[in-house]
Design a binder for this molecule. Sequence first.
Ligand SMILES: [Zn+2]
Length: 207
Amino acid sequence: MRVTEKDVQDFWKYMAKKYDFKVVKKGDSDEMKIVGQALDQMNIQKKKEFLEQYTTTVIFGGWRCVYVPFEIGKGSHAQLIHQIATCVHECQHVVQADREVAQQIKYLTSDASRAYYEADAYRATMEMHWYFTGRILSPKSLANGLKSYSIGKADRRIAEKHLIIASKVVKRGGVITGTSKVAIRWWNRRKKVTSFRNVSLIPLKVA
Ligand SMILES: [Zn+2]
C-alpha cells in the first residue's frame, strides 16, 4: 500500500489525539538533553544515539510526550512505513504506562521489564509492517536490536521467543495488539481497504 506525506502526518495527529500525547521533535532542546544525559548515566542508552536515532515516549504524571528524531511525513516510502510502525509502537508504550503506574520506573530500572515492554511494543511494529508490506520482520533482528536498550542476552532471548509466537499469529492474519487494531481500522477507512480484516482471538469455552 502506498502512503503519502499527508497520510502519515494525519495518522500521527489522529493517534496523538486518541492516546493523548504531544509530539515533540527531538533536537537541541534542554529538556531532551537532560533526558539523554539521564539515560546515558543509567547505562540504558548512549546520549548521542538517543538524540539522533530513537523515538522516546515519556508518560509521567502530566508529562505525556513522544519525542521523534525524524520529520513526520518526510523521507522514502520505506521510511514512511517505519514512521507509521514507530507511531503505533510508541502508542503501545503509552498504553502500558496508562495501564500500570509503575511502568516507567520499571522500564528504567529493570532489564527484564524493559525487554518485556519492548517485546510487547515490537509486536505492534511487526503487525503494522506486515499490514503494509506483507512481510514479517525477523523476531531475531528485533530482539537483537534490544542491545541498544542495554538489554542482556538472556532477556533478549525471552523477547525473541515472545516475538516468534507473535509472528505465527500475524502470518495467519491475526492482530493481537490493541493499538495496531486502532491503527489498522484508521488505514482501512483512509485507503478504503476491504480485503484486510482484523481477526480477534475467540476465547476457548471449556465445557
Ligand atoms: Zn519501544
